[in-house]
Design a protein around this ligand. Structure first.
Ligand code: HEC
Ligand code: HEC
Length: 309
């Protein structure tokens, strides 16, 4: 792990130690210099030689003692602080305090405090948890914290990031499938044209076929040739009827819902997919979030398509 108390080169450590020490000694010397020479009580105080408004003179009074004392206290405080806490170059301080340690302690304290809030839903099955507004609320908040960067704050997704509000699932919409997705992550694997052994003509034809089965404008003759390509290659993952296969996360190609549609011409997006392949990655969240949070997130996601009706 990165140790924040280590400097890259010892030069900078000593640079700071020497500069700080010289600073402290310098201030100490300055205070001494300014405060020796205190006048005796009966001694007449000198003026600075200025007179304003006829009799207003500027006196050369020393600092009051309490003020001077404050300076010394600040100095002592500074020295003790630098002994206890990191500050002197790479010296870690006698208390061995670090921000990371403090952060970890606070996280642990927060976990002890909040974990029971999550745990109390753990034993309830997802199917009934969706009727519990408290659980869904917590699930929603967890979603907003951990998932919006990729799936959007409305869970509507975007190009390459699946919509989680519709009932169209890559990996299946049952609680166990959703939970596996969140816990272990998913790696989509759509091969490239080269890997599939397709030439230019094959690509053009099969793209027309995909446009046909998804009810989009297409070239009928090309689509018919594309059907043969589909039956030879694509069928293995997208299935004989093009409805996809949850086991490998192959999307349904007939529902006109597109994971990879950059908003321009659909034919171009599909051609790009078939030519270069696609490798969408859903990161694993299991170890990071823990079982109880994943359980609540599962209930929230499972319930999302219902909220659309
Ligand atoms: C770094 C981006 C990223 C984050 C963060 C992320 N996801 Fe995903 N997620 C993806 C991608 C990309 C896919 C599609 C994977 C694929 O193409 O095979 C996906 C797929 C899914 C699926 C499967 C959808 C389906 O149709 O089967 C679910 C469910 C899901 N994510 C839920 C979540 C939840 C819940 C969170 C928050 C804990 C989350 N994701 C956080 C990128 C992300
Ligand atoms: C090895 C399995 C496999 C084969 C073979 C395969 N695909 Fe795919 N395909 C996938 C997977 C998995 C995805 C989703 C990729 C992702 O999640 O990033 C996908 C995605 C797609 C998409 C994008 C769908 C969308 O919603 O944007 C299209 C289009 C597609 N495939 C067409 C084809 C065609 C045409 C062929 C035959 C030439 C084919 N695939 C062969 C597995 C496969």
């Amino acid at each position: 792990m990165f140790d924040p108390t280590l400097f890259v080169s010892p030069f900078w450590s000593w640079f700071i130690i020497i500069l700080t020490s010289v600073g402290i000694i310098g201030v100490f010397w300055l205070i001494r210099w300014m405060s020796t020479d205190r006048p005796k009580p009966d001694q007449k105080i000198e003026t600075m030689g200025h007179v304003w408004d006829e009799n207003l003179e500027e006196l050369s009074n020393p600092l009051p003692l309490w003020w001077l004392g404050m300076f010394y206290i600040t100095l002592v405080f500074g020295i003790i602080y630098l002994l206890l806490y990191p500050g002197m170059g790479s010296f870690a301080g006698l208390l061995n305090w670090t921000e990371i340690k403090e952060y970890n302690q606070e996280m642990k304290a927060a976990e002890v405090k909040y974990q029971p809030l999550y745990d109390r839903f753990k034993s309830e099955p997802v199917e009934t948890l969706v009727n519990n507004p408290d659980a869904l609320n917590i699930g929603h908040r967890l979603y907003m914290t951990y998932c919006t960067v990729c799936h959007g704050s409305d869970a509507g997704g975007g190009p390459g990031f699946p919509n989680l509000r519709d009932a169209d699932w890559l990996y299946g919409g049952e609680p166990t499938a959703i939970k596996t997705t969140i816990t272990a992550g998913r790696q989509g694997m759509m091969p490239t044209a080269q890997q599939n052994g397709l030439n230019e003509a094959d690509i053009t034809h099969v793209v027309e076929y995909i446009l046909k089965i998804s009810n989009n404008q297409h070239d009928l003759a090309a689509a018919e040739q594309g059907q043969a390509v589909y039956g030879r290659i694509c069928i293995a993952c997208h299935g004989p009827d093009g409805k996809g296969m949850a086991a490998v996360g192959a999307p349904n190609l007939t529902d006109n819902i597109w994971l990879y549609n950059d908003g321009n011409v659909l034919r171009d997006s599909i051609t790009k997919t078939v030519t270069h392949g696609r490798q969408g990655k859903m990161p694993a969240h299991g170890t990071f979030l823990g079982e109880a949070k994943v359980h609540l997130l599962t209930a929230y996601i499972y319930n999302l398509p219902n909220t659309q009706k």
